[in-house]
Design a protein around this ligand. Structure first.
Ligand code: FAD
Length: 236
């Protein structure tokens, strides 16, 4: 989700400071052609990350945490956070199909809280989520989730229609059977989160190159030996 603040700046085409690369850019939309002069990729690296969406940013951040920052380079063909990340609604629900995904989401939420405490914006707001059942089958799904939540250590609660209305007074409840309330869920701003994570990764030494496309990945004996980019070759 692109912040309203950012959008307003872009629409007025004012110059603004881009947190992700520390450069003054022209305020064009993130998906547009990247500005020139965001630096050249290094001649060699230990890790090359292709793509500066929230996933690439997260990989960069965690490699930085492991002490690999100075040997890691992230290559983004346009602007950081300007891909799918820019379009996301920012709903963060901890209930996922597998325990490993649940753990990943929980650790992401912990990271958002940590970044917010440092003054870095993620837009994280723990507002909880209310899931509504209009059919018996859907209610059975919620009851199964409630049972599963015990071993996965997810706080959640089965609600009656009246209790659903207490959570959200706008609801009409004459055609609902019940609901599932997950208080730990929330919302965030994917674009701001991406920029904040990238900023932290850069502080740990990760090089971030915008306006640079990965063209080809070379391998020797099934190991990546080099990455050809539009701004030069990186040997691994
Ligand atoms: C409408 C919508 C709503 C969504 N809502 C939610 C939600 O509420 N909650 C949620 O959790 N998820 C949501 N998602 C999903 C979420 O947005 C994605 O899972 C997430 O943004 C993916 O991040 P990514 O880094 O993998 O991809 P991207 O953000 O797309 O990043 C990939 C980057 O790679 C770059 N790239 C591609 N090819 C190259 C190349 N050859 N060289 C260099 N760079 C390259 C692209 O320019 C891009 O910036 C939503 C998605 C959409 C579309």
């Amino acid at each position: 989700m692109y912040s309203k603040y950012h959008k307003a700046l872009c629409s007025t085409n004012k110059v603004y400071r881009c947190l992700c690369n520390g450069l003054v850019t022209d305020g064009s939309t993130p998906g547009a052609t990247a500005p020139a002069g965001t630096g050249m990729p290094p001649k060699d690296a230990r890790v090359v990350i292709c793509g500066g969406g929230v996933m690439g940013a997260s990989v960069a951040y965690h490699l930085g945490k492991l002490g690999w920052g100075k040997e890691t380079v992230l290559i983004e063909q346009n602007r950081i956070g300007g891909g799918t990340t820019w379009h996301a609604s920012g709903l963060i629900g901890v209930f996922k199909p597998s325990l490993s995904q649940v753990k990943l989401t929980k650790s992401s939420v912990d990271l958002y809280k940590e970044l917010e405490n440092k003054g870095l914006s993620t837009g994280w707001k723990q507002c909880g989520s209310l899931n509504i059942a209009r059919t018996k089958d859907r209610m059975i799904v919620f009851k199964r989730m409630k049972a599963q939540s015990v071993s996965w250590e997810i706080d959640c609660e089965i609600l009656t229609p009246e209790q659903c209305k207490e959570k959200c007074s706008l609801l009409r409840i004459d055609d609902i059977i019940g609901g599932l309330w997950i208080p730990g869920d929330g919302v965030g701003d994917p674009y701001e989160t991406c920029l904040s994570i990238i900023s932290e990764a850069k502080n740990m030494g990760v090089r971030v190159i915008e306006g640079c496309g990965v063209k080809k990945i070379d391998q020797i004996d099934k190991r990546v030996s080099g990455v050809d980019t539009s701004l030069g070759y990186i040997k691994l």
